[in-house]
Design a protein around this ligand. Sequence first.
Ligand SMILES: *[C@@H]1O[C@H](CO)[C@@H](O)[C@H](O)[C@H]1NC(C)=O
Ligand SMILES: *[C@@H]1O[C@H](CO)[C@@H](O)[C@H](O)[C@H]1NC(C)=O
Length: 990
Amino acid sequence: MSDKWTPQANPFAPPPRQRQSRRRKLLLLCFAALALVLLTNFFNLPASDEHVRAQRVPIHAQRILAQCAMLKMAPGPPAGFRERKESDRYEPGTKPTLIRNATIWTGARDGTEVIYGDVLLDKGIIKALGYVPSQLLDGLKETDVVDADGAWVTAGLVDLHSHLGIYGLPELRGTFELNSPNGPILPWLRSIDAFHTHDESVELAIAGGVTSVQILPGSSNAIAGQAFMLKLRKPSDRSASSMVIEPPHSLNGTEFDSSAPPRWRHLKQACGENIDRYGTRMDTAWSFRSAYNEARKIKLAQDAYCEKAEIGLWESLDGPFPESFQWEALVDVLRGRVKISNHCYEVVDIDALVRLSNEFKFYIASFHHAAEAYLIPDVLKKMWGGIPSVALFASLYRNKRESFRGSVFAPRVLADNGIPVIMKTDHPATNGRELLYQAQQAYYYGLPAGLALASVTSAPAHAAGLDHRIGVLREGFDADVVLWDSHPLRLGATPKRVWIDGTVQIPIPAPGSQYADGDGEVLVGRGKDDPEWRELPEVPNWKREMKRTVEWEGLPPLQGEETEGRVIFRNVSEMMVRSRDGEALETRFSMQATKAGGDEGVVVIEKGRVQCAGVGVACAAFVTNTRDRVVDLRGGVLAPALISFGAPVGLEEIQYEYSTGDGVLYDAFTNTVPPILGDVGGVMHASDALQFQTRNALLAYQAGVTVATSFLQAHFADRVIPGLSTTFRTGSKHALAPGAIIQPVSALHYSIHRPSALNLLGQQSATSVSTQIAVLRRLLLGKEDVEGRTETGKWFGKAAEGDVPLVVHVSDADAMARLLMIKREVESMRGTSMRMVFAGATEAHLLAKEIGHANVGAILSPSRPMPMTWDDHRISLPGPPLTNDTAIVKLLEQKVLVGLGVNDASYAMHTRLDLAWAAVDAGGRISNEQAMAMASLNLERLLGIDSLWATEQDEDVGGDIVAYEGGGALDMRSKVVAVISSRKSTVDLV
Ligand SMILES: *[C@@H]1O[C@H](CO)[C@@H](O)[C@H](O)[C@H]1NC(C)=O
Ligand SMILES: *[C@@H]1O[C@H](CO)[C@@H](O)[C@H](O)[C@H]1NC(C)=O
């Protein structure tokens, strides 16, 4: 839009007479009004500028001057904001709320401030904090009073990096609007224009205590568009517009008060390999530079124009106020009014963006993902305009080359260098509900507690320019508050209550939610009665690991020290072993159980075997020999090693670097299996594709996940026959090393899935579900190659006979029902008993009883699902605070043998955290032993890994044993210090 300001603006359409005279009057008025201004200007000018008096003043002069004045205004809250008595977001009719007796973590002072007392919420803001004067309460009607009973209260969490709504779940063609294909530079796009309010993950995110999110477009474009900060509460008009916090004045183009300071705007930029559809990194850099050059030209023209206008040189102004609807957002960047979130992983990219910021003089508020940022604090500090924040994943690394050097220690290293750390989910890259889990992991790996909490509250609020109202609990701030059932940095911390703008979100107000009244009143905090739950958890010391990680630029050697000699573990609080019948795990001794003051548990290992295990003097005979290696577990435990299932551990080094993996499987359903293979189905052995010493495998080993069962094509649901899985030791050097291959073939895998919604317009072939099922039935009924001469005939025959487990990757309950029928049919026809397992199994709880009756197992993978696709959108039992039950509890109740898996290879090392979550979410209905069994014993039984124990003499101590220092296996206090392997006759000190 441009201002037509000269009377001759439209010479081709002379105005009608009456208008003309009115116009003249107006002009005269204008002249009169401006005379003063000009006069004032005149006296400020050098006396030689005689011509000034003769200037013809344009009709819109005032407007132009106002516009020019606006260019100089810094964004921020309007004057008097801090004294406001009511929020602009207040929903009339919302009752006041008084939270009594809370432990209030305000988030202020870098997250170190804690206040004990009450919180009063009214009119959408925090009215009082700590001490609430009684006269404040007296005037209020119908106040909701919540007794916190000393529990923790924090500000609502802020996720600075989310794709909620624009990558709407479940994935459907119409709700996947993340990336525009229209070029690398698109600053004129706005994420709010594609925000689908019915995204099923919105409610789930609130259930995780998340109250505000930044909706980022991209990142397949260098500039993907404008981002918006939203509150997740559903506004009364149900619109996305009303969810926007402090919408930029220009958002809906209406007239606005130009004297008010502008609001912060937000922009998403990206760099690196995501932009490769538009060329190389060099092309991306040029895209940026040419775009900012356009913006700079406009900005300079505006500044020159305004300089003249402001001194009254109207006649020398050439044309309208220079502006561009297309580039205005980037001009605002150059004017310092935009908070940029910049996706960038590597040194090369961050360095380039810091250069760009200096070339064009603009500030980047936050680098996102930034896997290598912790290696270059000094480069970050060269950013034009100040130090940027760095927004990180806690542990999603190594899935692409750009993140290969990422580290769990990055948050601490950055914090030590004075760089503000933000943790984010990138939902749905990780579960948007688990923002706090990102902070908990950062805390576990060394980020101080205050900064860990700040990383999901005040730090992102600051990076978004909204730290005057969200991210901190303070009088006058927005009433976005979470009341937690435990200390927020404890794994599995769950909101008892969530308020946004003072309106209660959790417990869910029925109706209007798919979870309301799901399984009765939800009891949050079950099993967390021990006062310890309210305390900050202790965490291990990682100084050595952290230092090495930086020294080795993210790739420290992962070899431990191997010893065949005797190792004595002292100060052992518990030893968990397999029960004699092999059906369960049990605790052999526990210091808590024996309550023997002063006594300690001792476990003696020789040649990788337990020589003695007991309390007090039980192993006294061994403890005297000083030449033995002695490891003080400081109250830690010994427990069976864990197994990884679900991720392609050992089949590739880097997920998105195909050249580091096995390649794409043939698809028997579209006839690409080459005849030379001599097998109609193309059944492949994962063991033929195994690689040892991949970083994910070694990191898993060091974290006590010493065995993995992997199958091909774990990433691609569109291959129906993933083939035969293999079970191997994650710490082995090569396939021929002793004990490296535990079982060449573990199970036969088959996959039943609907076509992907993102397979737009079905360009790629996709096999129908009915075809997948028909083929499976045919193969199991032995209609293919009855003699079993081909791999397909042989292995499906074995599966039908129950000689090998049949693992069906399936999420949809209707497909599972069909599979149960096929199983019955096959078994009655062939007189066999199949070993069928559902993997993925998101909707298995809907058929828990039937699955239990059919003696089918379930491996939930991931264990805390999202409603990702249509196949698994009925997650329906997401656990507290939405439902009492979780899918795991429901399945266990029906005596289903349950295993837990992880889907990303980088998560294998955190398998035990998933087990801990499962136990916490079950609210005391799953014991630690049961939880541990879900990623060890149960997986062995489900996947037919029988050779793990076969050669053991001591039946209750076989397989690998893991030594945890400082706490239990499911405990944040502990870290793995040794792996004891009877098969290798060694102890590996990691
Ligand atoms: C506040 O909660 C704590 C912890 O439950 C309790 O011990 C204390 O008595 C409570 N104080 C009041 C005033 O209710
Ligand atoms: C448009 O924006 C103005 C200023 O932000 C706001 O007051 C108004 O309610 C908005 N209108 C609509 C229809 O969203």
